[in-house]
Write a protein that binds this ligand. Sequence first.
Ligand code: SF4
Ligand code: SF4
Length: 361
Amino acid sequence: MGTPQTALPITNEYGFYEIRMESIGGLGANLSGKIMGELGALYLGYNSSNFASYGSEKKGTPVKSFIRWCDPSQEIRFNSPVEKPHLLGLFHERLAGKVPVMAGVDANSIVVVNTELGPDEMRDRLKMHAGTLVCVDALNISIEAKTRVNMVMLGAMAKASGFIPLETLKQVVIDTIGERYPRALAGNLEGLERGYAETQSKAFEDDGKYPYQEYTEVKREWGYDNAPIGGANPHFGSMINNDMTATREGFIPVFKKEACINCGMCDTACPDMVYQFVKGEYRGKPSMVNLGPDYHHCKGCLRCVEVCPTDALTVGLEREHEDTMWDVHVRNQDLIVDKMEFEDAGVSGWVDSESIYNKLD
Ligand code: SF4
Ligand code: SF4
C-alpha cells in the first residue's frame, strides 16, 4: 500500500472515482479500460478495478468498460456497472440516442466525445443534462497519426480529468502495448499527445434544457420461455432487443459503380453480405451486376476495400456522407421483398405466432 501520486479530485459516497467508457466493438474501449485500470493501480498508486460488458464480441456491437479508483487504504468490493460516472468516454458519437449513454451524467461529470462537432452542438445531440463536455475529433486524428481511436480518446480523457498525467499514461502504453506492437508505438504515442492537446471543452449548468437521465439496467422483455415465434425486425442489421443501427466504426466503403468490374470479390470478403448483386448485363454479356452496398448492414470493417481490384471501392468517412448517400443507396429488402412477401405485415411490424394463426384462419 503506497501513497498515491495525486489525491483523487472527487469521489462518490463510497469513496470511488468512477470512469465509464461507452463504445462499439472494434474501437478499443475494452483495451482502454484495461490500460486505465493498470494506470490507476500500478502507476498512480490507487486501488483500482476494471471490467467490461459486451455482447457477441463482434466488431460493431455496443461495449461498456468500467473503471473504479480509490485510495489504497480502501478495498474495492463493488463490481457493479458505473452508474454515475465522474469521467465518461463516448467513443462513437452515433451511440447517442441508440443506447442511453448519458445515463447518470450530472453536474459533476466530465464527458469526452469523439466528434468533429463543438460542445454546444454536441450537447444538443446528446441531450446532456449538465456537466463538462469535451469534444475531440478522435477519428480524424487517429487516421492522421496512424493509430486507433482509443489512443486519442485516452489522451483526451486524461486531459479532461485534470489530474491524470500525460507522461504516466504514455508510460503505461509503452510498457504494455508498446512491448507487444513496437511498430505501432510512435503512432499510439502521437495519438495520446494529440488527444491530450486537441480538445474543446465547455461546462453546462443544469439550465432545465434537458432532464437528468437515470441509469437503468437493460432488461430484456423476451426470453426463451415467452418470445413469440417468427417475426420481422424493423431495425436493419439489429436484433429485436438490440438496436445495432449505430454499429459502423466511422468508416464506410464508398462505391463507384462506373469502376466496378462485377468480379464479386467484395461480396466474398464481406462478412455481412452487404453487397447487392442482381442479374443483369456487363460488357454485352449476361452477368451478376453489383448494385452496391446496403449500408444498413455495413459495419465499416473495410475488408471489401482491401480486396477490390479496381478503385470501385475506396475508404470514406461516414460523417462526410450524412445527407447525400443514406436515402438513395440500395437496400436489400427492396430486392427480396416480392419473393419474401413481407407486404402483408410490413417490415416495421412484428409478426408473432398469433398473427400467423389469424392469417391461417
Ligand atoms: S466495410 Fe465492406 S466488408 Fe466490411 S461490412 Fe461493410 S461492406 Fe462488408
Ligand atoms: S470487388 Fe470491386 S470491382 Fe469487384 S464487384 Fe466488388 S466493387 Fe466491383
